[in-house]
Write a protein that binds this ligand. Sequence first.
Ligand code: NDP
Length: 429
Amino acid sequence: MKSSRISGFYKKTIEERKALITEMHPFTEEDLAVFESVAPLAEDTADNMIENVVGTFQLPLGLGLNFLINGKEYTIPMAIEEASVVASASHIAKIVRDAGGFVTESTERVMIGQIQVVGCSDYTEAKEAVLENKQILIDAANDAFPSIVTRGGGAEDLDVRILNEAADSKFGKMLIVHLYVNTVDAMGANLVNTMAESIAPLVEEITQGKVYLRILSNLADRSLARARCIIPPHLLGTGDFSGEAVRDGVIHAYEFAASDPYRAVTHNKGIMNGIDPIVIATGNDWRAVEAGAHAYAVKDGQYTSMTTWYKDEQGNLVGELELPMSIGIVGGATRVHPMAKLALKLLEVNSAKELAEVIVAVGLAQNLGALKALATEGIQKGHMTLHSRSVAMAAGAAGEMVDIIAQELIKNNDIRVGKAKELVEKYKR
Ligand code: NDP
């Protein structure tokens, strides 16, 4: 792909932007038709995806620009309704590319299937029995889904825990079997669930207990992706704020989130502002990613910041983000939704691992965008300016009036629907 560093993209018309990205990516006629379509997701496709369909729901699709990750250029498709997210991600990506870009890595893509066993006469013996039969269970799981083994994945390992062992436990004792499955390029929920269900009778036989739940865990902590950026302070200065002041402000903001769940949850929401739009745009299950990310943020006992920001010995600002990333480039809606297919083409990722790494890099960028604004001029100035068009529309403005009303709101420094309504009335007269 050509460089994703495009200046003034936001000033262009939608048609000009489409023309530009068509130059950058090898799109087919069919791909372009999806872009031109008024409703890319046909109702009959939607009707086959979920139940009781009466229509489809669209979101704006914007492009996160300037992303350089492991030396590779990326255009980031972002489906989101909130103003300023795409602008902020692109702004930070530009700073980080000037600092050499994001560096990412990830673990193997192993998902966890849980099997709950109750009613064992001796849980310790039952646990040992499962471990003794580990290979038999792994083989049985793979026999239930041989195609994933052919693809280079499949069940690889197994573990057992006993829950509620304490005599005064409020809940009943239970044995939990964890089946570890390499899902290759799929998120893997369906294949893991199939495996868990298929080995359940064998688990009952081995443990002499009764199996209840057989389901994927969304705490995908064996499918982690990490991103890091190192930014010299001279790239961070803005307005009256020196680079050092911005760096220190970002670190203070991080330390606040790291010590206080009330702040951490909003800090992390800002990270998910970057992550969800790309997860949604690529047809992935954003509830799964959200659930996994927040559970991982409490792994050490207190809900805390998903990111870490600190100063290195050279005085650079260093940011890191590690999250479970249960996404795929096949399966689910990724190859069914026409826009998701296009989004994956736009990204030019070759594996689920690569997509996972890109997603955490965008999350890290988004976090820095929010912290940089919060630690300097505050978030409202930039956010409300970009939000002014939505406010104008909410007040009834349409067509060319949207821009006129939005500009007027910014000029008056009063970006409220009430004020916009007054202006719309005045404009109509
Ligand atoms: P699918 O079952 O739709 O697709 C995965 C299948 O794609 C694989 O089993 C495999 O089947 C095929 N495939 C083709 N190429 C590859 C490749 N390179 N690597 C891996 N598999 C490949 O989806 P998932 O199993 O990924 O499940 C995701 C869906 O499950 C999402 O829609 C999610 O919303 C939903 N879900 C989520 C749950 C949760 O999060 N708790 C629970 C239940 C469902 P084959 O080898 O046979 O071709």
